[in-house]
Ligand binder design. Structure first.
Ligand SMILES: C[C@@]1(CC(=O)O)c2cc3[nH]c(cc4nc(cc5[nH]c(cc(n2)[C@H]1CCC(=O)O)[C@@](C)(CC(=O)O)[C@@H]5CCC(=O)O)C(CC(=O)O)=C4CCC(=O)O)c(CCC(=O)O)c3CC(=O)O
Ligand SMILES: NC(=O)C1=CN([C@@H]2O[C@H](COP(=O)(O)OP(=O)(O)OC[C@H]3O[C@@H](n4cnc5c(N)ncnc54)[C@H](O)[C@@H]3O)[C@@H](O)[C@H]2O)C=CC1
Length: 275
């Protein structure tokens, strides 16, 4: 047998836009799969008898008829897999799930069977999403609930600004590529070095306030002169301190909750006295 090196799995961001993904089963797990797949803009095909559909699965089908094709029937055989880029089983029938795994493997279509980890080509993971930021926590099949708990810890460590910031940085990179187009070579190296310099030197809040005008200024004064100007040098001002604004918005909810709770308590006391 070949040597085992890492015993891990490859973490990749699989681009599924307009690819065909078959889900066999329509229950609770299938609904979670649909939720994950809708984010990717894949073409989703669900095969399941309607009496086994989870309410959330139904809701997704009603909401996204262009994205989800539904076949109200039990899985009919290997021909269901024709033309699929990916197959997922979410069944309460392990024998059927195993059969579909075999057919899929023979056809070389990537498969995930929710009930048979050993037969999966890939696993799902716990996800944190904020705009273009995607974080997946995987325990490589060891402890799905633990993945969820680690996710909650990581969520607490994020500022909430990351998604906005990455979107802005994406725009800057796009504009840089317009100005200095071409792939690879010395230009590519210079572009990468400059982008790395900007990301390293600017605070997250500063990058988050990049708008079209500031992007052009940064390119004019920075890229064109092969240097990284500071945020304040370009006259940038963080938009009302985005970080504390995010924190403040969570506080503004508290008085409202306090008020509602107060009214509820008063009502309860009044009602109790009436008895
Ligand atoms: C191998 C894998 C295959 C795959 O699904 O791709 C798989 C398999 C199985 N899960 C089972 C049980 C549970 N799964 C969850 C939850 C999640 N399971 C997910 C992924 C994965 N589950 C893949 C590996 C993940 C990894 O590597 O870490 C998550 C992360 C993502 C998602 O499903 O989208 C999502 C959390 C998302 C979130 O909350 O953020 C909970 C907890 C809960 O529901 O709260 C429980 C009960 C508690 C527990 O067991 O931990 C069982 C039945 C075991 C039995 O019968 O005892 C099997 C089959 C088996 O193990 O035999
Ligand atoms: N990977 C994971 O994260 C988890 C996996 N599981 C496993 O996933 C499986 C599915 O769990 P749930 O969605 O909760 O079950 P569920 O009972 O809600 O759904 C089962 C679905 O299979 C469909 N189905 C049954 N026979 C079919 C057939 N012949 N053709 C097409 N569809 C058919 C039913 O209509 C139903 O929609 C279970 O085996 C469970 O052990 C459970 C929890 C988490």
């Amino acid at each position: 047998m070949a040597q085992t090196v890492g015993a891990g799995s490859l973490l990749i961001a699989w681009q599924l836009k307009d690819k065909r993904v078959l889900i066999v089963g329509g229950g609770e797990v299938a609904s979670q799969r649909i939720d994950s797949l809708l984010t990717t803009d894949a073409k989703i095909i669900v095969v399941s008898p309607s009496d086994g559909l989870n309410p959330r699965t139904k809701r997704f089908m009603d909401e996204y008829p262009d994205r989800i094709t539904y076949h109200d029937r039990p899985f009919s055989g290997p021909e269901e897999l024709e033309g699929m880029d990916m197959v997922l089983t979410a069944l309460d029938d392990v024998e059927l799930s195993r059969n579909i795994c075999n057919v899929s493997r023979n056809a070389r279509i990537a498969i995930n069977a929710a009930d048979i980890p050993d037969s999966c080509d890939f696993y799902f993971g716990s996800q944190i999403r904020d705009g273009p930021l995607q974080i997946m926590i995987s325990t490589n099949g060891n402890g799905p609930r633990m993945a969820n708990l680690v996710k909650k810890k990581l969520q607490g460590a994020l500022s909430g600004l990351e998604g906005t910031t990455i979107t802005k940085v994406g725009k800057l990179r796009e504009q840089l590529k317009v100005r200095a187009s071409g792939v690879g070579g010395d230009l590519g190296k210079r572009r990468m070095k400059w982008m790395t310099g900007v990301c390293n030197a600017w605070e997250m809040e500063d990058l988050a306030s990049l708008d079209d005008a500031l992007i052009q200024k940064l390119l004019d004064e920075g890229w064109e002169n092969d240097r990284v100007p500071t945020f304040s040098e370009l006259g940038g001002r963080p938009k009302a301190n985005l970080k504390s604004a995010a924190a403040a918005s969570s506080f503004t909810i508290s008085p409202a909750i306090g008020f509602v709770a107060g009214v509820m308590c008063t009502l309860l006391v009044v009602l109790a006295r009436r008895k």
